[in-house]
Design a protein around this ligand. Structure first.
Ligand code: HEM
Length: 507
């Protein structure tokens, strides 16, 4: 196996690695009106940007305090700041070499690619069509994005005001602000349909220093030899180890179908200043929670009535659509019982493997091979976007490692009952190829009813605007379930580039 490269954690922005993980995150979208002033202001921003190293250290400190106190620390908070720039923004700032990126999607921007990622046709007036977006289309295309993150809402609001006031007197116009907030109480960490999110994330390969085992992502398998088969490919149960060049520019990518090995000279193409940067996909996704819940109630009654599954509850139907129970417990490991939140092994499952090796003290049933989508439907959101060990239309499972993304989203909007209905997910993802990673997932898997498996149906959670039919399979027979489109629609977004910290001192 190849030695993993040392990552420049002082130069990589902290929301790429390790992710801000803060309860309040504000996304401020700006447009450049005076390029000279704007450049100067961005140069001044450099020392305020949070690096990967700083954010990692802050998390370590916070976790240490939490362990010591046995609860969340009251008086330990941080304000993180990151910045990203769109292709149009880079052009306005006269940054050279944009053409050296080979990513057509980034260069065109999200509005032009809306059709590729399943949004309704522009001009149709349908919710989700680009002309209905709050920003990201027409004259509201952002050049610059500032991401502010802290656990303290008051601090976040004050910092947002200060930054906007300062930006406006320095060559920028404010286009739009999204305010993300982790949901309150027991729903913390759950998205608005009620399911726990942020469980499954790939792990970046790479070291923090020249020491042989100083890995940025700790390897946490139990010492037993039983786990040797997983160790070289997974940092922890369910967490694929991915070569850093799939997430950060300037580093090598994977050798074809060998996730253990890096491909020499395989750094993603881009200008030299792109090193330590990453493409950022931002989507403001509105969720129609009422329609989703109504569907679960009426469709589960219909399925029961037809005798396909006499015991199907709305909760289990929801789990069939997502691939996990509301607590996050994978359907693949128990199709009938939600085993509850934060259980060891919540990400320890596969779809094709005969059975996963049991973790110590993990007494729950293990997953069994599910080649026909009986336990977890092929259309289930998590099986669509990350088919794990399944072979797919692109070949053996080893190729899926190269399609993974670093998700850093957060919920927005008020709780059900009090709300005007504008709630959902501020989807944020980092990668080095928007075309081969985010857009590939959306276009080839989510929205194609025959991929990654023939007859899988489109992803019922994010499969865009149109009605579609997914197949439920109880082992004896199948049930075609028509799922209405439009539960999740885009209300804005952009493709951006999140450069290195050193980029900002020279822009
Ligand atoms: C409002 C929209 C969305 C909702 C409600 C949603 C919900 C969820 C939930 C509940 C999970 C399971 C938790 C986990 O495994 O971390 C999940 C996982 C995931 N989602 Fe989404 N999601 C949304 C949008 C998207 C989009 C646009 C993508 C685009 C690619 C995406 C990609 C993923 C991926 C890659 C995973 C991890 C799957 C795995 O590794 O097992 N999601 N999502």
């Amino acid at each position: 196996m190849d030695q993993e490269p040392v990552l420049d954690l002082d130069d990589i922005q902290g929301n790429i690695l390790p992710g801000f993980k803060k309860d309040a995150q504000h996304f401020v979208f700006l447009r450049v009106v005076d390029a000279q002033l704007a450049k100067k202001w961005l140069r001044g921003l450099a020392p305020r940007l949070s690096s990967a190293k700083e954010v990692m250290e802050a998390h370590t400190l916070w976790k240490g305090m939490r362990r010591k106190l046995g609860r969340d620390p009251d008086n330990l908070d941080f304000l993180f700041l990151n910045c990203a720039i769109s292709a149009e923004g880079l052009q306005k700032l006269a940054v050279p070499g944009i053409d050296e990126f080979d990513d057509a999607a980034f260069k065109l921007g999200m509005e032009s690619r809306a059709g590729v990622i399943g949004d309704p046709p522009t001009g149709s007036g349908t919710p989700g069509a680009t002309e209905t977006w709050l920003f990201g289309s027409g004259r509201k295309r952002p050049d610059v994005l500032l991401i502010l993150a802290t656990d303290d809402d008051v601090w976040a609001a004050r910092a947002e005001r200060e930054l906007i006031t300062s930006a406006r007197s320095n060559g920028f116009q404010r286009i739009h602000v999204d305010r993300g907030r982790v949901r309150p109480g027991a729903m913390a960490g759950h998205e608005h349909f009620g399911f726990k999110d942020g469980i499954s994330l790939p792990a970046i390969r790479g070291r923090a220093s020249a020491a042989a085992h100083d890995f940025v992502e700790p390897r946490v398998w139990p010492p037993s030899q039983d786990f040797n088969a997983y160790r070289s490919r997974y940092a922890a149960p369910g967490r694929q180890l991915v070569w850093p060049g799939h997430f950060v520019f300037g580093y090598p990518r994977q050798m074809r179908d060998q996730p253990e090995d890096m491909r020499p000279h395989s750094e993603p193409p881009g200008p030299t200043w792109a090193k330590n940067g990453s493409f950022l996909v931002y989507r403001r996704l509105r969720q129609d929670v009422v329609a989703f819940q109504k569907f679960l109630a009426t469709a589960s009654a219909l399925i029961r009535g037809r005798g396909f599954d006499q015991n199907l509850t709305p909760e289990r139907l929801g789990a069939l659509l997502v691939g996990r129970w509301a607590s996050g417990w994978p359907l693949a490991r128990d199709p009938h019982t939600d085993r509850g939140e934060n259980q060891a092994g919540e990400n320890h499952f596969t779809f094709s493997e005969t059975t996963t090796v049991p973790l110590p003290n993990d007494l729950h049933p293990l997953n069994l091979a599910d080649p026909n989508g009986v336990v977890c439907p092929f259309a289930a959101h998590i099986r669509k976007v990350q088919p794990r060990d399944d072979s797919t239309d692109i070949g053996p499972m080893e190729r899926t490692f190269q399609k993974l993304i670093l998700r850093r989203g957060i919920t927005f909007g008020r709780e059900l009952g009090k709300s005007d209905g504008d709630r959902g997910l501020l989807f944020v993802a980092y990668q080095t190829s928007i075309v081969d990673q985010f857009e590939f997932i959306m276009n080839d898997w989510v929205n194609d009813e025959n991929k990654p498996h023939a007859n899988s149906g489109v992803d019922p959670i994010i499969g865009g605007a149109r009605d579609s039919t997914i197949l439920l399979n109880n082992g004896n027979t199948t049930f075609p379930l028509t799922v209405p489109g439009g539960w999740v629609v885009a209300a804005g977004g952009e493709y951006m580039f999140s450069p290195s910290l050193s980029f900002f001192s020279t822009v």
